[in-house]
Ligand binder design. Structure first.
Ligand code: AMP
Ligand code: MG
Length: 384
């Protein structure tokens, strides 16, 4: 199949494809989505097939207004309305008990449905032109970093879907915040650009955090509520590890210290406690030496990538051993989320073998940034 690229002028043609049961990827402010008719179980099946996604990992239904939500849910609780009014259109997905209109094929077999109104004018027009909610997970092949540009979508899904609605690079760069409102206590299932603090301010109550976000693992008996969380995500082909100075951990309450300790132990049974702490550069060099079990065969200086803040880039560049990639400005986590998935794709393209990533504050949007970084690194953090 030939994948057509549409712009603003192609919205009605793209809508016709969706109405006919086909798939069109669409831009949003978070990442590109892979769209199909959200009320059509055959379209849902096509989405799973195109992505190579396990069929128990549910989709998000995208709507263009709050009114469109009513037929899709059993009831619309006051809390949901408050959040929709405060943050829609925007990077917030709400999980609610689904109505019979929503096929289980779109919800991974669940009795709940995830809903969001994206902040992108073309996509809102596309939804209106369709007259039904557009189901969409991220428009990447399962396991690959989410697409933040139309070219990423084409790379993964070109020839597998009918079209892509193009609207340049997205702004935020990581997927929406997901809040489960299907039970009494609102629970954060996935962190995003809308922070826990933002949500609590609007709701005037505490938001619970799904234990898997705090590093609790399935092995310890925690079943993630957002089924997507159990799958390996954003994994670049390169080995990826995060590194962190020991003392940073003391101020870091959300990271789930015990679990991190465990993941260090599981990193080949090595602890890097003897590293000099005063110089980041030396510490990283040490981490790389301990990585020695795996031969870095060709020109190691090109194969080791450092993902870092603008402020520390010079430190790593000086050593001449790394390909240094600036994620963004440490004090503005959104500048980093914006670049993360693009850089992970670039690492694959350029044949990086080992990616070493800095850790950042988990406050505010930093929680979402660190969540994606940790997932990409398979939760492995080296203490240096
Ligand atoms: P993606 O945008 O590719 O991450 O896919 C949609 C995400 O929304 C998946 O990670 C799902 O786990 C999550 N999601 C969708 N529907 C539900 C639901 N009913 N309950 C919990 N999580 C959901
Ligand atoms: Mg995804």
């Amino acid at each position: 199949m030939k994948t057509k690229i549409f712009g603003k002028a192609g919205i009605s043609e793209a809508a016709e494809i969706l109405k006919g049961g086909g798939l069109v990827a669409f831009p949003t402010e978070t990442v590109y989505g892979l769209g199909g008719n959200g009320l059509d179980k055959e379209a849902a099946k096509k989405i799973y097939a195109a992505k190579g996604r396990p069929s128990d990992n549910p989709l998000i239904l995208h709507v263009s207004s709050i009114e469109e939500v009513y037929p899709l849910v059993k009831a619309l609780p006051e809390k949901a309305k408050k959040l929709m009014e405060a943050f829609w259109p925007g990077p917030l997905t709400l999980v609610l008990p689904k109505s019979d209109l929503v096929p289980k094929e779109s919800t991974g077999g669940l009795e709940t449905v995830a809903l969001r109104s994206p902040e992108n004018a073309l996509t809102l027009d596309l939804i209106r032109a369709c007259g039904f909610p557009i189901a969409g997970p991220s428009a990447n092949l399962s396991g690959r970093p989410s697409p933040t540009e139309a070219s990423h979508v084409f790379e993964d899904l070109g020839g597998r879907i009918e079209g892509i609605l193009e609207d340049g690079a997205v702004g935020i760069g990581v997927e929406s915040t997901i809040v489960d409102l299907s039970e009494d206590c609102p629970t954060l299932l996935r962190p995003g650009a809308i922070t826990i603090e933002d949500l609590e301010e609007v709701l005037g109550e505490k938001i619970a955090i799904d234990p898997t976000l705090l590093g609790k693992s399935m092995a310890e008996g925690f079943i993630p509520k957002a089924p997507g969380m159990k799958y390996r995500h954003y994994a670049p082909k390169a080995e990826m590890l995060l590194f962190k100075k020991k003392e940073e951990e003391e101020n870091d309450l959300r990271a789930g210290q015990e679990d991190i300790a465990k993941s260090i132990l599981s990193y080949g049974g090595k602890e890097l406690s003897d590293c000099p702490e005063q110089e980041v550069k030396k510490s990283v060099a040490k981490a790389i030496l301990s990585y020695g079990e795996k031969e870095l065969s060709v020109s190691p200086e090109k194969r080791i990538w450092i993902l870092c803040g603008e402020d520390t880039a010079g430190l790593y560049q000086e050593s001449g051993r790394f390909t240094v990639q600036i994620l963004g400005r440490r004090e503005e986590p959104l500048s980093m989320t914006h670049n993360l998935f693009r850089l992970l794709r670039k690492a694959d393209e350029e044949g990086a073998e080992l990616i070493l990533g800095e850790c950042y504050s988990e406050e505010g949007v930093g929680f979402a940034l660190m969540n994606r970084l940790k997932k990409a690194a398979g939760q492995r953090i080296l203490y240096v």
